[in-house]
Design a protein. Structure first.
Lengths: 176, 415
């Protein structure tokens, strides 16, 4: 019985095949992503997007855990409740954490340093990705840096109405 | 009540950036051969069921186990596929464990296989297809695709790790030198492991700090490679393990904990994890697995740890979060050589994910090496006797954590 087993195991090794075939052949292929459809709900975002046009920031609050979500959430993951109360939040924010990306500019070919931040708006309990003012020194970015939203001149009612975030020196003055 | 489960063997294929000499099934077969070679009395006929998995979309060929059945040796046998992104390997191992623990009649021995041949596909495209749902939402909210791709260059795996690194560095006050020290230890260990990918026996801290930044604070020399490779683990019952193996390794605790998605969050609505280095999921998984395994003082009872650390800051984070060291003391332990091969608590003596990263297989290689260290069959064996060891995994949509605690004594507590 044991001999039979050993034979079986030996037959399965690839050593004798590998003598003849030392390299695989490559066939290039590509798939198109455009044929996929993703479905998601944006109804809960509408009041938020409308207010962005008026330079106002709103977030929604879960009545179960009282967490405030910016940007608004469809459902609170912890309570499985629909956050239905709208609250105003401040334009100022804190850098929750950051990393510096080194991105090649396709036009000039130079590598640019760019701080990527996760920011927490004052009054909100969640953080979100954002861009900083390009004039802010990369090395001057730090955790808990106070920043403030800088609005675009022409606003379309999208998240990009906030062009970038400016650094503020003394947050006591900017909060009214 | 479940059964006591033992891991009696683990095998690896050789890892490299491009294994162009083999196709995916051949690569998988290599690891299975290596796994069965370590237990000569077990043949493919003795294996009752199979669990396998890899990270879908990274290779472009989905559901590969359909045309791999014969290479696995799974013809006319139960075969199940588990895939959870970065922790696929850990989840497959846990799946194999539960297959045996469940006590199904006729299923005593299960082979778990995790594989990845990344050179076949484009990892960036694979990641894009993972995040496309969220990206399309952001697109709809008014952020142009160009802008998202710029913002998300800090949002893929390295981006999340870079966020973790900056927070961890600011909390503990460590410098890049401390990160480089972890890398040097890993790559030197990898040089002694036959299947590892990046083998650098003469690497120094200065060499690592000399490479350019990929993303501050992580440099090119600090990040993990993309490898082709396979890992296989053999689980069986206590009775059969005693017959087949010299030192059966008892799997005493398993945990798989999901956490909230980092950075983009559900429907692109941000994340409630304000501090990415806190990692409540890791703490919870440690709590679960240790309570099952009867480990009350992890710092004293665990002799060897394999943690999932593609980036050096994560290794420092996980050893703290998994209860091996006090908060913010891990960098000192690396400096003092506590975690080295002949130290008090060796960590990642196989070189870790930092030196070898075949994504689907990585999270299984951790418990596999941890088991081999107890058996005394590991490639880079620690000099002291290992009684208890752990192997962790991190990934999924950057939020799933797996942990497997093993020992040479049966300690699993069923409640």
């Amino acid at each position: 019985m044991s001999e039979k087993k050993m034979q079986r195991t030996e037959r399965k090794t690839l050593a004798y095949i590998k003598k003849d075939y030392v390299k695989t052949r490559t066939m290039p292929a590509s798939w198109y992503l455009s044929s996929y459809k993703f479905k998601f709900n944006i109804t809960h975002m509408q009041p938020f997007l409308k207010k962005l046009k008026e330079k106002k920031l709103v977030a929604n609050r879960c009545s179960g855990c009282n967490r405030i979500f910016y940007p608004p959430r469809f459902v609170c993951g912890a309570c499985l409740l629909k956050p239905d109360r709208w609250v105003d939040i401040r334009q100022t924010a804190n850098v929750s954490t950051y990393a510096i990306a080194f991105i090649k500019n396709p036009d000039t070919g130079e590598t640019e340093e760019k701080p990527m931040v996760l920011l927490q708006h004052d009054g909100a309990d969640t953080c979100f990705i954002a861009e900083l003012n390009p004039n802010i020194e990369t090395k001057g970015t730090y955790i808990n840096m106070p920043i403030k939203a800088h609005w675009r001149e022409e606003r379309t009612g999208g998240l990009m109405d906030i062009e970038y975030y400016d650094k503020i020196e003394d947050d006591a003055e900017d909060i009214d | 009540m479940g059964r006591q489960v033992c891991c009696i063997s683990a095998g690896f294929s050789e890892h490299a950036s491009k294994r162009s000499d083999v196709s995916m099934p051949e690569l998988v077969n290599e690891a299975i051969q290596d796994c069965l070679k370590k237990v000569p009395s077990v043949s493919l006929d003795d294996i009752d069921a199979f669990a396998n998995g890899n990270m879908p979309a990274f290779e472009g060929s989905n559901i590969p186990e359909l045309w791999m059945t014969d290479w696995l040796g799974a013809r006319n046998k139960p075969l199940m596929r588990i895939t959870t992104g970065g922790t696929t390997g850990g989840s497959v191992a846990i799946g194999g464990y539960y297959n045996v623990a469940a006590g199904i009649p006729g299923i005593d021995t299960v082979l778990a296989i995790a594989f990845e041949q990344q050179s076949q596909g484009d990892t960036a495209t694979g990641l894009a297809s993972v995040a496309l749902g969220e990206i399309s939402i952001l697109n709809n909210l008014g952020i142009s695709y160009q802008q998202i791709s710029r913002l998300l260059s800090a949002g893929a795996a390295i981006g999340v790790a870079a966020y973790q690194a900056t927070t961890y560095m600011s909390k503990t006050g460590i410098t890049e030198e401390d990160l480089a020290r972890v890398v040097v230890q890993n790559r030197r260990n990898a040089a002694k492991t036959w299947w590892a990918h990046l083998k650098m026996p003469d690497l120094t801290i200065a060499d690592v700090l000399d490479t350019p930044y990929v993303q501050y604070p992580l440099r090119y020399g600090m990040v993990c490679p993309a490898s082709d490779g396979v890992c296989a683990m053999l689980f069986t019952t206590e009775e059969k393990a005693k017959d087949w193996a010299d030192i059966p390794v008892y799997v005493n605790g398993v945990a798989s904990v999901a956490n909230e998605t980092a950075v983009l969050g559900y429907n692109g609505s941000g994340s409630a994890q304000l501090d990415p280095s806190v990692q409540l999921g890791a703490m919870r998984s440690a709590q679960l697995a240790y309570s099952q395994a009867g480990i009350s003082l992890p710092r004293k009872e665990i002799d060897y740890a394999e943690v999932y650390s593609p980036f050096p800051n994560q290794e420092l984070m996980w050893v703290e979060k998994l209860g091996l060291f006090e908060e913010a003391t891990a960098p000192q332990m690396y400096e003092n050589g506590i975690t080295a091969l002949n130290g008090e608590l060796p960590v990642n003596c196989s070189g870790g994910v930092n030196s070898t990263n075949a994504i689907g297989a990585s999270a299984m290689e951790r418990p596999a090496v941890a088991a081999l260290q107890i058996m005394g069959k590991a490639s880079n064996q620690v000099p002291k006797t290992v009684h208890t060891s752990i192997g962790s995994g991190w990934g999924g949509s950057l939020n799933l954590i797996t942990l497997m605690a093993m020992s040479d004594e049966p300690k699993r507590k069923w409640r």
